[in-house]
Design a protein around this ligand. Structure first.
Ligand code: F6P
Length: 322
């Protein structure tokens, strides 16, 4: 058997560890494995090469993806998908391992509605916005990166008696904001899963002002319904013109860096599990881990459900920031 492997969409720390696990499991089973560069775009262009076990040496600790990645608009067209399928045929690829997030699985659903190629997916995204897994590869590293950055911001905020609005990534999911905010003791956390009431936010700042609590950190998800850090910062400045307010968008630093042990282990477990599933004929599913067990979820269900953040968690944030 000959299989292809690709990483697609936004890169996430741990993708390399996943590639390593897939390649090594294939080598163990004497399956040929071909790397497809730049995700679906590379598939369209036939940018495909044979991988050996040495290609994945010394990468488990590296951020980014040795296969490179892309967001391919062309793959969403009929012609693009046909070209991609033709390239797979040309290279004799009989199975696929897809590592990516929401966009990758949306692309997979469209592609496999038209073409039959056995495939197994791995959740690779910092956003943790997929169903069928408790964690996604890269999420833990991204949250830790955000925590380190926000801790540093708190140092300078404390020194200057400033209010900071810190924007973290997550697309339209609030997990990075929620958990980095809790871990850093943020005074407020704004996430898309909960409607932001700006009057409440302003009232809490006012309350802190009155009791001479000078440092105030607001962590906002980029997808928050109020509109992001710029709008929030301006609204606060308008209401408290004498307050020293700053904003910081953490941006792509959250996507890079060496993966944490948790992401390396998750990626290794899922990479191994994905190849085993493909060999067993359990295909068109994403391998995930729920309650410490490997589970497989059909591609369409991975992207279907809205992720929910529990009310208990939201209430806890309120209590702990008193
Ligand atoms: O999906 C991962 C992610 O980093 C999101 O959190 C963010 O909204 C988006 O990708 C940024 O994409 P790009 O790197 O293409 O600007």
């Amino acid at each position: 058997m000959r299989i292809g492997i690709l990483t697609s969409g936004g890169d996430s720390p741990g993708m390399n560890a996943a590639i390593r696990a897939v390649v090594r499991t294939c080598v163990y089973h004497k399956i040929e494995v071909y790397g497809i560069r730049r995700g679906y775009q590379g598939m369209i262009e036939g940018d495909i090469f044979k991988m050996e076990t040495t290609d994945v040496s010394n990468i488990i600790q590296r951020g980014g993806t040795i296969l490179k990645t892309a967001r391919s608009k062309e793959f969403m067209t009929e012609e693009g998908m046909q070209k991609a399928y033709d390239a797979l045929q040309l290279h004799g690829i009989e199975g696929l391992i897809l590592i990516g997030g929401d966009g990758t699985f949306r692309g997979a659903v469209h592609f496999f509605e038209r073409f039959t190629v056995p495939a197994v997916g791995l959740p690779g995204t910092i956003d943790k916005d997929l169903s069928g897994t408790d964690f996604t590869i890269g999420y833990d590293t991204a949250v830790n990166t955000a925590v380190q950055a926000i801790d540093k911001i708190r140092d300078t905020a404390e020194a200057h008696d400033r209010l900071f609005v810190v924007e973290v990534m997550g697309r339209d999911a609030g997990y990075i904001a929620l958990n980095s905010g809790i871990a850093c003791g943020a005074e407020d956390i704004l996430i898309p899963e909960q409607v932001t009431n700006m009057d409440d936010v302003l009232e809490r700042i006012d309350h802190d002002e009155k009791r001479k609590k000078t440092v105030h950190i607001i962590v906002t998800a980029e997808g928050d319904d109020f509109g992001g850090s710029k709008e929030i910062t301006q609204t606060i400045k308008d209401r408290f013109p004498d307050k020293d307010v700053r904003m910081c968008v953490l941006g792509h630093i959250q996507r890079g860096g060496s993966p944490t042990y948790a992401d390396r282990v998750l990626a290794s477990r899922l990479g191994y599990a994905a190849v085993e599933a493909l060999l067993a004929g359990n295909t068109q599913v994403m391998a995930g881990i729920m309650n410490d067990k490997v589970v497989y979820t059909p591609f369409a269900n991975v992207i279907k459900e809205e992720a929910a953040i529990s009310d208990d968690m939201l209430e806890m944030i309120r209590v702990l920031s008193v």
